[in-house]
Design a protein around this ligand. Structure first.
Ligand SMILES: C[S@@+](CC[C@H](N)C(=O)[O-])C[C@H]1O[C@@H](n2cnc3c(N)ncnc32)[C@H](O)[C@@H]1O
Length: 287
């Protein structure tokens, strides 16, 4: 069991049975408010059953009596249970080379253009915002490494997420066979090594491109300008339009004209046509 604050310690009782706790409308409403205020994620009614079953189990582990008690813990974002809560409610679907046209664009246009800038020794800086378990940044790294002979500039990929478990996996770079969807045998053999437990792990020369930082997109971003490419794919969909706009404008501040922003298949730059223009399907150029 994780370390608990005094307040929550006092609430603990020994775990009892397999009971499912009742999630009343009022308490579910409070969960929605806390989640929205802290993460920007709207927990819609379809999440209610998931919360009831997963967190009933958690309540039993913690020896709690009700969702009210759990709520009291997660209201404090510094409480260890808060991270556990966030890790459970995030949607982490991802796979290698998801939306392959983005990686074609990266290989054929974006990286060659950035590599052609010979007046600087600075690395090419790419941000994978909402990197989940890392298949996106490793796809970027593999694309860059496969093209490495085409230029002298190194590539650095900043990977951020609000889900600490996903971020740990990204940092470690290891995957079970079920998580290798989208990765060709060629890339698997070239850039990953088999481990005794049946998983594969990205080789050190791939991992050295990857830099992981925990970041809630609604907290300040300690990120140095300027970023050549931002991948923020399948993340904005979880937020309302005002929050999407706030994030896109924040990203614009970190990019110089000509830099690239790549969104997911169902996302757009919304009302930010004054800072980005569309250059291809879900690919935008900083104005
Ligand atoms: C569906 S995954 C997308 C993964 C990857 N970008 C892709 O397209 O395959 C969405 C990710 O956004 C992260 N996320 C959600 N809300 C966030 C927030 N407020 N700050 C940072 N990351 C967040 C989730 O934890 C999750 O890993």
């Amino acid at each position: 069991m994780q370390v608990l604050t005094d307040k929550c310690q006092r609430m603990l009782k020994p775990a009892k049975n397999n009971q499912t706790f009742k999630l009343t409308d009022r308490v579910f409403g409070e969960f929605q408010k806390v989640t929205l205020a802290n993460t920007g994620i709207h927990l819609d009614d379809t999440k209610r059953a998931m919360i009831t079953s997963r967190f009933s189990r958690r309540l039993r582990e913690l020896g709690m009596d009700s969702f009210d008690q759990y709520l009291a813990c997660i209201r404090d974002t510094k409480h260890p249970e808060y991270a556990e809560f966030v890790d459970t409610i995030t949607t982490n679907l991802t796979y290698f080379f998801r939306e392959p046209h983005h990686f074609e664009k990266l290989r054929e246009h974006i990286l060659p253009r950035l590599q052609a800038i010979t007046s600087t020794a600075d690395p090419i800086r790419i941000w994978s915002a909402g990197c989940s378990s890392g298949q996106e940044p490793y796809s970027i790294a593999i694309t860059a490494l496969n093209e490495a002979c085409a230029g002298h500039r190194k590539v650095k990929i900043l990977c951020t997420d609000i889900d600490s478990k996903m971020l740990r996996q990204t940092e470690h770079g290891s995957y079970r066979s079920a998580e290798l969807r989208g990765l060709s045998d060629h890339d698997k053999n070239l850039w990953f090594s088999k481990r005794p437990d049946g998983t594969v792990r990205a080789n050190p020369n791939v991992r050295e491109l990857i830099f992981c930082r925990y970041l809630n997109l609604f907290d300040p971003w300690p990120i140095k300008p300027y970023l050549d490419v931002i991948f923020c794919r399948n993340v904005l969909i979880y937020f309302d339009i005002q929050r999407q706009e706030k994030l896109i404008r924040g990203m614009a501040k970190l990019q110089k004209p000509g830099a690239t922003l790549i969104l997911g298949h169902s996302e757009t730059i919304a009302n930010c046509g004054d800072v980005y223009r569309r250059s291809a399907n879900t690919v935008y150029e900083r104005i």
